[in-house]
Design a protein around this ligand. Structure first.
Ligand SMILES: Cc1cc2nc3c(=O)[nH]c(=O)nc-3n(C[C@H](O)[C@H](O)[C@H](O)COP(=O)(O)OP(=O)(O)OC[C@H]3O[C@@H](n4cnc5c(N)ncnc54)[C@H](O)[C@@H]3O)c2cc1C
Length: 481
């Protein structure tokens, strides 16, 4: 088949590689007119304004790493050769955790520490090196071409923004979170794509640092982030001595939003957060300013409506299908996973593009959609808490509210259990890394009993310490000082 891929980010490149390796001829159209930098490190300054999130922290979860290990070992080797490292469950355990015994499944519980630009550079290099992939840099697509026949549209090519069209047997829409594929589909007479949109409720601030010569990362045996209700944060290990810190404020907190764009305020804040403080103790120097990103939506688009594709000959992947809260670090994994599911559907149904669309849609719904829903629910609760704090109310004031109970179990049960019980810690990380279904922890009776046992002992130990200034006003005082 001739495949046209619209967008050369993670999902587009993942699809291009998978389909080319199946023997299809692939042409990738990428709007950014910025040639590939000479090295992965130089890619850190790559002008990728079509994917502005490359300036932000990225976690690469075990689900993604395992797909590379199993299906694209050359890519895994490639990122490791460029300085990425593997972070294995069991290597950096809290000192309070006893009785850890490595289990066979722990070989799957490995994250990649890598900058997003390094990952994408390796992926693009692999695609360019694939004989069947042509990469058209600086060529934007601005519409679809449909076959001249009645009924639901059959897409037979793409329209280029600079003029002209390109024929294709299959169009992969991988234009990312700002892609307007639903509009293109309507323009060729397709029924509307169904969209579920929910705000994540946060704004993102990221800054990158590099270790000074002779310095090393601090021990990674404690928390790597925290949620203070009014501020969420995390530290992300990169490649080649780099790391980044991300702070996320509620959308409505205009005061903190304004303050955190100042690099000095950002660093002062990070120095006062338990998980990031050791990283900003002088061992590293900043290599970027503070990058901010708003408009972070959860969004799921359905291109199969009432059991029929809105158009055949077109399949969307990555953020063109689903966007999730970046704090959970899932987007690249679900983008690459989606590309993999697409390739499986093409392998099974070849040029029967209706069957490809249906099979692909069914696998997205069963394998990836549960993660989307889980994220939306988690965000709704986080927004409720943030709104209460910003309005000066105690989010836990109503002791009869089941959400108050759940927050208590999380704070006084799950968090301390993760410091002492390898079974709970493993279950948490397997879920976080997309290796289980999202409800796996909640439905695991053994894990539940262990967490509740720790929660029941809460009055026999000192209260849990917050992972940063307890109150928003405390942080504001520190910043002002
Ligand atoms: C702030 C932030 C932090 C994130 N952190 C993480 C993280 O920690 N871990 C993680 O896994 N994920 C993270 N993500 C999500 C992840 O970045 C995305 O899910 C992933 O990039 C999706 O890949 P994609 O290929 O669908 O889109 P993108 O990577 O955005 O690529 C889309 C490409 O399409 C091109 N394009 C768009 N329209 C056209 C057109 N008409 N013609 C030609 N080209 C076009 C764009 O230029 C771009 O290159 C984060 C996202 C954000 C916003």
């Amino acid at each position: 088949m001739r495949v046209a891929v619209v967008g050369g980010g993670v999902s587009g490149l993942g699809s291009a590689l998978a389909l080319a390796r199946q023997g299809h001829d692939v042409e990738v159209f990428e709007r950014d007119d910025t040639p590939m930098p000479a090295t992965a490190d130089a890619a850190f300054d790559w002008d990728r304004r079509g994917a502005p999130q490359v300036r932000h922290s990225h976690a690469f979860l075990a689900r993604l790493r395992n797909m590379l290990r199993d299906d694209y070992p050359d890519l895994l080797e490639g990122v490791l050769a460029q300085g990425a490292t593997e972070m294995r469950f069991g290597d950096d355990l809290p000192p309070t955790l006893t009785g850890f015994v490595r289990e066979p499944g722990d070989d799957d519980l490995v994250m990649l520490a890598c900058r997003r630009t390094t990952f994408e550079w390796v992926l693009r290099r692999a695609a360019l090196g694939e004989g069947r992939v042509t990469f058209r840099s600086g060529v934007a697509v601005d519409g679809l071409v449909r076959a001249d026949e009645p009924g639901r549209p059959r897409v037979v090519g793409v329209r280029l923004a600079g003029g002209g069209t390109v024929d294709a047997d299959l169009v992969v829409a991988s234009g990312g979170r700002r892609s307007v594929v639903p509009e293109w589909l309507e323009q060729i007479g397709a029924p509307p794509v169904r969209e579920d949109v929910e705000d994540t409720g946060i704004v993102y601030y990221s800054r990158f640092y590099r270790l000074r010569p002779g310095e090393s990362y601090p021990p990674r045996t404690g928390p790597i982030g925290g949620d203070l209700g009014y501020l969420k944060y995390g530290v992300f290990v990169g490649d080649n001595g780099t790391f980044s810190v991300t702070l996320a404020t509620p959308v409505d907190d205009e005061q903190l939003r304004r303050l955190l764009t100042d690099p000095d305020v950002f660093d002062t804040t990070a120095r006062n957060l338990v998980a990031t403080a050791p990283w900003l103790d002088g061992r590293a120097e900043p290599i970027t300013g503070v990058h901010a990103m708003a408009g972070l939506l959860n969004r799921w688009r359905e291109y199969v409506v009432d059991g029929e594709p809105v158009a055949t000959g077109l399949v969307p992947v990555g953020d063109a299908v689903l966007c999730t809260n970046p704090l959970y670090g899932r987007g690249c994994s679900t983008a690459f996973w989606g590309a993999h599911l697409l390739a499986r559907a093409v392998e099974a149904f070849g040029d029967d593009t209706r069957e490809v669309a249906l099979a692909y849609d069914a696998s997205l719904r069963s394998e990836i959609h549960p993660w989307y829903r889980a994220g939306v629910e988690q965000d709704a609760e986080a927004r409720r808490v943030a709104e209460a704090i910003l309005a000066g109310r105690d989010p836990d004031a109503d002791a009869n509210d089941p959400r108050t109970f759940m927050r208590g179990v999380f704070r006084d049960g799950l968090l301390p259990a993760m410091r002492t019980d390898a079974v709970v810690l493993r279950a948490f990380f397997r879920s976080f890394n997309l290796l289980e279904r999202p409800d796996a922890m909640a439905t695991n009776a053994d894990v539940g009993a262990r967490v509740l046992a720790v929660w029941q002992m809460r009055d026999q130990r000192p209260p849990e310490q917050p992972l940063g200034p307890r109150h928003r006003s405390d942080l504001l005082d520190l910043i002002a000082a």
